[in-house]
Design a protein around this ligand. Structure first.
Ligand SMILES: Nc1ncnc2c1ncn2[C@@H]1O[C@H](COP(=O)(O)OP(=O)(O)O)[C@@H](O)[C@H]1O
Ligand SMILES: [Mg+2]
Length: 418
């Protein structure tokens, strides 16, 4: 195959087969991360599936392939952060020293509050910035509002892209329950910050007493009074002050959110959806894949992370189980036979688990036959150092057919013969 053909990571159309035998197209992540046209890679998926680890592993692989890479991690596990040289939240990329590496790996951990503060400072006069930063409502919003993290991740991505010093930016996404939150946050955030909702909520308070009735419906008044009771009048006043102070920035926020969202649509941006072989994670992945396609955002494929392929697939679960029983019956307490029976049982369990995982993967592929797939086996322990990342990178980017058991890396178990 020529280099040009190899460097075509677009998901190939799956061959027409009966649904049960449908095979996911292979995902060529090696070609994708080495391609000079690939500038942004976004790793999405529901919580705990391995987005952060996958982002770091792909970043390492791309840097080892000679590219100048920055990985924007969000909430990395402590030991992984340490192995990337990230001791604390740090809003600037730091170079990870890796002896003999062809390219460069830089890593950073998103500091959402500082990112927000920076926007405020760069968008207002020093006095106004000071007012906003000191506002208690702002402090809550910038550190704990649902969606702030997603919005700031996108904001940071926009900044990294604008700097244009990176061949490749790999973005991890926040640990939200739903993968869709990442795409929805900018919109939600700018809607929130353009103050419509805040204005409505604070209208009666600002208009003062009964006069508010003229402007606000009874329902809204009621709602606002409850809010006022629950949150306290001081908070409402804080919100009001915050909104007035932000007035000059509204356009800025909306424009930024829109621009960054558009960035995700530009050629050179690819999404990698990560899921574990579990119904919930795959359902989230499924929603996300549909959303990407309706938004016209390119999907590299699905990483099926933490699969449990058996060491050998020649002996089925049933045959292993039967053999284990036979051994136990005829072994007469011979410890060697008991050991063999135990090993057969472990193999049977492993085959059963792998079959379940493959079934879930097949179900996903039946619903999304065009989505390329790569299965990444579970490592024995956590992936928290460069060696662990390298092993994972190999599983993510190694040649599709080159596995010890001969099972292609799109799968957990070999395909049934038609
Ligand atoms: N292939 C794998 N094998 C073993 N452990 C893994 C694998 N992928 C991820 N993990 C572990 O799973 C945990 C969650 O991974 P993480 O990347 O933090 O998920 P997310 O970012 O999606 O919340 C971490 O402890 C990580 O080390
Ligand atoms: Mg994470």
């Amino acid at each position: 195959m020529s280099a040009a053909e190899e460097a075509t990571p677009r998901p190939a159309r799956a061959p027409a087969r009966p649904a049960a035998e449908r095979q996911a197209p292979p995902m060529d992540l090696a070609a994708l991360i080495e391609d000079a046209d690939t500038r942004i890679l976004v790793c999405c998926g529901s919580g705990g599936v391995g987005k952060t680890t996958t982002s770091a592993a792909l970043a390492l692989a791309a840097a080892e392939a000679g590219r100048r890479v920055v990985v924007l991690t969000i909430d990395p596990a402590r030991r992984l952060a340490q192995s990337l040289g990230l001791e604390e939240l740090d809003n600037e990329p730091r170079k990870v020293e890796i002896p003999g590496i062809a390219g460069e790996l830089h890593a950073m951990m998103l500091d959402m509050k500082r990112t927000f503060d920076d926007i405020v400072v760069s968008h207002s006069t020093p006095e106004r910035a000071e007012q906003i930063l000191a506002n208690p409502f702002y402090q809550t919003l910038s550190s704990s509002f649902a969606g702030t993290q997603e919005y700031m991740a996108m904001e940071k991505l926009g900044q990294l892209r604008a700097a244009d010093t990176w061949d490749l930016i790999i973005v991890d996404t926040p640990p939200s329950r739903s993968a869709l939150d990442f795409l929805d946050a900018p919109n939600r955030m700018s809607r929130f910050l353009d103050g419509t909702m805040i204005r409505l909520l604070t209208a009666p308070a600002r208009a003062g007493g009964r006069a508010g009735f003229k402007f606000a419906s009874a329902g809204l008044m009621f709602f606002s009074r409850i809010i006022s009771k629950v949150l306290g009048g001081q908070l409402l006043r804080d919100i009001s002050a915050f909104v007035s102070a932000l007035d000059t920035m509204f356009g800025g926020f909306r424009e930024r959110a829109t621009a960054t969202y558009e960035l995700l649509r530009r050629p050179g941006t690819w999404f990698v959806v990560v899921a574990t072989p579990e119904p919930d994670a795959l359902r989230e992945a499924s929603y996300f894949v549909d959303r990407l396609s309706s938004e016209g955002m390119p999907l590299a494929g699905l990483v099926l992370n933490r699969t449990h392929p058996p060491a050998s697939t020649r002996l089925s679960a049933t045959r292993a189980e039967t053999a284990a029983e036979a051994a136990a019956e005829t072994g007469n307490g011979d410890p060697a036979v008991a050991l063999a029976a135990g090993a057969l049982r472990v193999h049977a369990e492993r085959m059963t688990l792998a079959a379940r995982e493959q079934r879930l993967a097949d179900r996903f592929t039946s619903a999304h036959p065009e989505v390329a797939m790569r299965a990444v086996p579970a490592a024995a322990g956590d992936v928290h150092d460069l060696d662990g990342l390298r092993t994972m990178a190999e599983a993510l980017t190694g040649p599709d057919g080159d596995t010890p058991t001969g099972v292609p890396r799109t799968r957990v178990l070999p395909a049934r013969r038609a």
